[in-house]
Design a protein around this ligand. Sequence first.
Ligand SMILES: [Fe+2]
Ligand SMILES: [Fe+2]
Length: 165
Amino acid sequence: MTLISKAMNQKINEQIANELSASYAYLAMSCVLQGMELIGLAGWFRKQSEEEREHAMKFLGYLQDVGAAVQLRAIAEPKAKFDSVVAIAESALEHEQKVTKQIHELAALAREEKDYSTESFLKYFVDEQVEELASTSRLVALAKMAGPNLLQLDGYIARTLGKDD
Ligand SMILES: [Fe+2]
Ligand SMILES: [Fe+2]
């Protein structure tokens, strides 16, 4: 006996893989940036990667708490070739837009099913996506502003972005 529906259980299992895919994508970006000696940016993406793994674990823990089945899905190989730092930042923003849509679909399903437990659990993620969209949008703007001055961008990210996200 579980608190959540079969459909919700399945969607949350998919979301565990979605969060781990994001974690994997950010780890790949971090490695590309490390290879460019952009240590500040590499560190920021590594931290993002760790946060996405924590998100996956929160979903996993929730399924266990409500007595639902955890099924770990396959995770695709992440993109590891980018033309520029702007392209990496834009790809990160696209990931966050996609994840925001996925979270909103889960929230809509919870509301439709009158699944108050999951709706309440998801509030953290709805709020989190607002933050994630803000920080990745800012990264895109900063990367575009910096243009070829990558070292300056890298130092700026190291000094500032990590502080509030
Ligand atoms: Fe996430
Ligand atoms: Fe995220």
